[in-house]
Design a protein around this ligand. Structure first.
Ligand SMILES: *Cc1c(COP(=O)(O)O)cnc(C)c1O
Length: 224
């Protein structure tokens, strides 16, 4: 298993590097290994290959896997749609980052809880860049203002940038457009402290990197 995962990781790194060097020799692109369909043994094996950052989209799964793998210095990213009634459970796990801040209400609820516990949480604002009903996130038109508003009113949420999922289609032009929409918002926020642009999954990460991504979330291509 370890040899297979190592091979997958090396192939992904090679493809990322190729895509990155084509557009930007100075950017560093991070990999979040999305382990939502993977076992703790697979996560431990990928860790042994050098991977540190992992992503889960359900609080219960994050809890189980992070506790089972407690002895490893893993960096956990929450990438799913967080419901208000799971806020306490998520915060008690002290994740490295919440990549999917999708509403003002959620921001305010998190702020309340974080303030009470005297904690902070690194966060990315999720953008619904293709305006899909099936996805959560802020609409592109309001994202800039919301970023500043949350930065001001929720000081315990440390906004570090943006996250978006590419348009759900096979049409490369549409996917590219959705990435470019998020890229523009990210660029407008760079002098407001936005550093992370999390875009790209197994099927579209090279295109995402061409559109400025510096953080790709890879599941199926790493754990196949
Ligand atoms: C599942 C998931 C991924 C990884 O998807 P793959 O296509 O398996 O690489 C990335 N981001 C989010 C938000 C996800 O839910």
């Amino acid at each position: 298993m370890q040899a297979r995962l190592n091979q997958n990781l090396m192939e992904a790194i090679e493809r990322i590097e190729k895509a990155r060097i084509a557009v930007d020799r100075h950017r560093i692109v991070r990999i979040i290994a999305v382990s939502k369909y993977s076992t703790k043994e697979e996560i431990a094996a990928l860790y042994a290959c050098g991977q540190r950052a992992f992503g889960e989209n359900k609080v219960q799964d994050l809890k189980e896997k992070s506790q089972l793998l407690e002895s490893l210095p893993l960096e956990w990213h929450f990438i799913g749609s967080l419901q208000n009634n799971k806020i306490n459970a998520l915060l008690s796990l002290n994740p490295f980052m919440l990549q999917s801040l999708h509403s003002l209400e959620l921001a305010e609820q998190l702020q309340k809880r974080l303030q009470k516990e005297n904690k902070t949480l690194q966060t990315l604002l999720q953008i619904n860049s293709a305006k899909e009903e099936s996805k959560s996130g802020f609409m592109p038109e309001i994202a800039f203002d919301m970023y500043l508003r949350i930065q001001e009113s929720c000081p315990n949420l440390k906004l570090c940038g943006l996250m978006s999922i590419g348009a759900h289609t096979d049409n490369q032009i549409e996917i590219q457009k959705s990435f470019e929409t998020t890229q523009k918002i990210f660029e407008s926020l760079q002098n407001k402290g936005a550093e992370v642009l999390s875009m790209g999954m197994s099927g579209d990460f090279e295109l995402a990197i061409a559109c400025g991504s510096n953080c790709v979330r890879l599941g199926s291509t790493l754990f196949k």
